[in-house]
Design a protein around this ligand. Sequence first.
Ligand SMILES: Cc1ncc(COP(=O)(O)O)c(C=O)c1O
Length: 353
Amino acid sequence: MATTYRADLLSDTLTRPTPAMREAMVRAEVGDDVFGEDPTLRALEERVADLLGHEAALFTPSGSMANQLGVRLHVRPGEELVGDSLAHVVRAELGAAAVLSGISSRTWVSARGRFRAADAASLMITGVGPYQVCTSLVIVENTHNFGGGTVQSLDEIRAARELTCERGVAMHLDGARLFNASVASGVPVGDYGREFDTVSICLSKGLGAPVGSVLVGSADAMADSRIWRKRFGGGMRQAGILAAAGLFALEHHVDRLADDHARARRAAMSMAEAAPGSVDLDTVETNIVLVDVAAAGWTSADFVAAALEQGVRTYAVGPASVRLVWHLDVDDAATDAAVDVLTGLLRTPPPTT
Ligand SMILES: Cc1ncc(COP(=O)(O)O)c(C=O)c1O
C-alpha cells in the first residue's frame, strides 16, 4: 500500500493514471511493436510528430532513453555535447552519454538553467580536426527541471539555431516538460520543436501517463533510433496499452497544466510572505518552486525532514534549496495543506541541537 501524504510535492513523476486513463488503456488495440504492428503506438507516434513539427517519432520507455537516443544520433564516439551544468542529460542520466555513446560533455554555468545562445557559442568548437574534441550537439532543456521550471526564450533558441546551422552542430531539446513551457508561454510546442533536430517529450510527468516518452526527428533519424532503441533494450511488444495512456494525456491533461502552475504560484506567494527571501517570485514560471530555506535559518535536509513529519513530502536539491513540484495529484486541498505546513516551518526557526 502506497504511503499517503497530505501533499506529495516530491516530483511530477508520481502521478497515477486516473480512472478514465485506465479505461482508455484497457480498451487499447495492441500488437507487437518490435514488428511495427501496434496501431495505438503508431497513432501516438504520428500525433506527437505532428504536434512537434517533425516527420517521425519513436516511443521510448523513459525520458532518459529518448535523450540518450538523441545523443547517440548526433554525437560520434570521441566527440562532445555541450549544455548547461544543471541539465538533466549531464547531471541526472548517470553518465549515460559517456557509457552508452563514448562521448564527452562540457558545460557552461547558467542562472536557473536559463538558456542563452551566447553561452552555447562560447563553448562550441568545430573544425579542429585531430587536435581538439569537436562539438557535435547543443542540448537545451525546456522547461528546466533543476533550474526550477524555467521557460526558455524562443528568441535565444532561434539565435542558437542560426549559429549551430552555420557550424554544422546539431541541437537536441530535452522537452520532458515542454507542454508546461508551452502552456506558460503561449508558444505552441511545434514552434519550439521545429528549431531542433530532435526533441524528447515525457508523457509520464505532468501529463500524468504511467510510463513513456517520445523522441521526434526526421524519418531517417527515427529509423536509426529504432535500431538503437532495440540495442539499448527498449524494444517493446504490446506497448499500445501505454500509448493509449499517452494519447489520453495529450487529449485531456495539457490545458490543465495551467492549474498546476497557478497552485505553485499561490503557494510560492504565501512562502515569500512568510519568509522574505525564501522564494523569488520572478522565478516561479511553471509547476516547480525552489525554496531557499536558509533564508529562514534551515538546512534543506532538516526542512525536508520536518515537513515530512507533518505529511508534506518535498525534495532537497542543494544544501539550502528545496524543490516543490505541483502535478495532477496535488489539488487545492493538498496545496492548502502544503502552504500551512511549509509557511509554518518558514516562520519558525529550526530547533537547535
Ligand atoms: C528535464 C528532464 N529530462 C529527462 C528526464 C528523464 O525522464 P525519465 O525519468 O523518464 O528517464 C527527467 C526526469 O525527471 C527530467 O526532469
